[in-house]
Design a protein. Structure first.
Lengths: 257, 317
């Protein structure tokens, strides 16, 4: 397939994905805003005022980057896992499988869709947070780089989950039992410097800690982890996950009989 | 016959599923460009497996498949550009709009959006779906969904169209209009391969036919040649006046079906003039005549039975 034809195929998948999440905006764009708005009110405003400072900032400013990152992670993952699994379940994925679209374009198209939803939700949540606190983004380029890499990583992870899933239950197991606990223990609401040394060490095994802190560093200029190591780690995981997802698609694992 | 001269060339194609079931056992098949070809066989014979392999939804165990000279493994992209597939089961997103489904499919083949919209509009008009273009696919009737899948398969203008039981569950009127449409696009140059349970469909539409049973091609010839294999035919004669008994005629075995119809079995090719003359002499006026059964259906059943007998008698053919 020529490069210009691949571009058309990529654009078609991306357009289809964006149309899908915009068509069901009440399910895709509004719930994260409501949830994060509640976090801002309860944790940031009501409880946060009693907590005082965290990492040198008032608590509301401290939690905003973590909550934005949490929304981006959840929505990038949810977009791809539900869209790809639905296509598999209804067999409309065959529209792509019978076409000459190469596996890497299918992967890129779905991941780009997940990134766009993640970024859209991230932008809306950031906008909502401005009603609760004032902040200046310290390092916009770093912030964009971290959010882009993280949403790409979780979009790819969502696609891998969808490939292996046999039922709709299977696509909710990872978010419920893995992503949510890792995110909550990933330094969204607190600095790990508050934890005893042992639990600080355990927390450092949590990849989401690095994403949240790298993003917070871009926002506020403070981090519990080495930011260079964090970005390198996210990029490394993205490359590995991407190659694995491409391999699964190329081999037609759970897609071709 | 070279691979380049064929629309579809299948060589020694085998498929063994993970559960050990052999769905195809060394299938060889050639379909010529411009042909209207029927692939017939009972349920589970391997028709859908062949289509699945051609369209790459099923992985073959061994063998090769070429579409217009392009091997589906070595030249995946070009081979697929030439192929359009209408599967047996509906496989589109029921939440998407009709027009979107067709336009998106064109995009997956690299057709620019502007061109895809034009072709889609044309196909939706031809297949009487234009009024439904902005409806989600779930609102369509069964017949409309089938036509949508045909529009989707044709939007990138393939040279080879494969339809897996396209008229299953479709009412007679719609079936006839789909036949007309398929005949038109075949006459315009598209090679068509059809699997069907309606043997009348194969007899009316197709020039060549292959019969598959238990994963093996047991007959591959023209429809005309296949029908020549039938050496006897049974006709039903409708008569104008009420008959009290079966008239006796020489050289023909007549049977009284009811007071207004007779049945006669004759050797294929034997003239019927003498029969009509004898009946006229006995004041029996024949007002119409028809075949008792679908001839191809009769032959199909015979071939499959013979194959299974040979199979059961020791070793496959």
């Amino acid at each position: 397939m020529k490069i210009q034809h691949q571009w058309v195929a990529f654009y078609t998948i991306l357009r289809k994905e964006v149309t899908r999440f915009l068509r069901i905006w009440v399910q895709t764009l509004i719930p994260p805003v409501i949830t994060m708005g509640l976090y801002f009110v309860i944790f940031g405003h009501l409880i946060g005022e009693r907590i005082g400072q965290m990492g040198g900032f008032d608590y509301m400013s401290f939690v905003v980057p973590g909550l934005v990152m949490m929304a981006v992670i959840n929505n990038s993952y949810a977009n791809v896992v539900s869209s790809f699994f639905s296509a598999k379940f209804h067999r409309s994925i065959e529209e792509l499988l019978v076409s000459p679209t190469p596996s890497h374009i299918i992967l890129l198209g779905y991941v780009a869709g997940g990134i766009l939803r993640g970024l859209a939700v991230g932008a809306i949540v950031t906008f909502v947070s401005t009603f609760f606190t004032n902040f200046i983004i310290e390092n916009p380029l770093l912030t964009i780089l971290v959010i882009f890499l993280t949403s790409a990583l979780f979009s790819v992870a969502g696609l891998i989950n969808a490939i292996f899933a046999n039922s709709f239950d299977d696509i909710s197991i990872i978010p419920t039992f893995l992503l949510t606990p890792l995110t909550y223990f990933g330094g969204v609401f607190y600095s790990i410097s508050l934890l005893p040394e042992f639990w600080q060490g355990v927390s450092q095994l949590n990849p989401i800690l690095y994403m949240v802190n790298a993003f917070r560093f871009g926002f506020l200029g403070v981090s519990d982890v080495n930011v260079g190591l964090a970005i390198g780690g996210i990029a490394g995981m993205l490359v590995i996950a991407y190659i694995f997802a491409w391999y699964l698609l190329h081999k037609g694992r759970k897609l071709r009989s | 016959m070279t691979i380049q001269s064929t629309a579809l060339s299948i060589r020694a194609l085998s498929k063994v599923y993970g559960n050990g079931k052999a769905a195809l056992s060394g299938v060889d098949l050639d379909v010529m460009p411009g042909d209207f070809f029927a692939l017939l066989g009972p349920n589970g014979a391997g028709k859908s497996t062949i289509i699945g392999i051609i369209s790459s939804l099923v992985r073959k165990t061994s063998g090769s498949v070429s579409i217009f000279g392009h091997d589906i493994d070595a030249n995946f992209s070009v081979a697929k550009q030439h192929l359009g597939v209408v599967p047996q089961e509906f496989n589109f997103s029921v939440f998407e709009k009709v027009q979107q489904i067709v336009v998106n499919q064109a995009g997956f083949y690299g057709v620019p959006r502007k061109e895809a919209l034009q072709t889609t509009d044309q196909l939706l008009h031809q297949l009487n779906l234009w009024d439904k273009r902005n409806e989600p696919a779930r609102n369509l009737s069964g017949g409309m969904k089938r036509r949508l899948m045909i529009a989707r398969a044709l939007v990138h203008k393939p040279k080879l169209l494969i339809l897996d039981e396209p008229t299953a569950g479709v009412d007679i009127e719609l079936r006839r209009s789909m036949w007309e449409f398929l005949t038109e696009i075949n006459q315009a140059g598209t090679t068509i391969i059809l699997t069907t349970h309606y043997l009348e469909e194969a007899e009316n539409l197709c020039r060549n036919v292959a019969i598959i049973n238990k994963g093996e091609i047991i007959e591959n010839t023209s429809v005309k040649n296949l029908l020549k294999q039938l050496n006897r035919e049974v006709f039903v004669l409708d008569v104008r006046d009420e008959l009290m008994a079966c008239p006796e005629v020489e050289n023909y075995q007549l049977r009284l079906r009811d007071a207004h119809s007779l049945e006669v079995e004759v050797e294929k090719g034997k003239p019927l003039n003498d029969l009509f003359a004898q009946l006229a002499a006995k004041n029996v006026a024949v007002v119409s005549m028809r075949n008792k059964v679908n001839r191809l259906e009769e032959l199909f059943v015979t071939l499959v039975k013979n194959h299974e007998k040979r199979d059961g008698a020791g070793g496959r053919v």
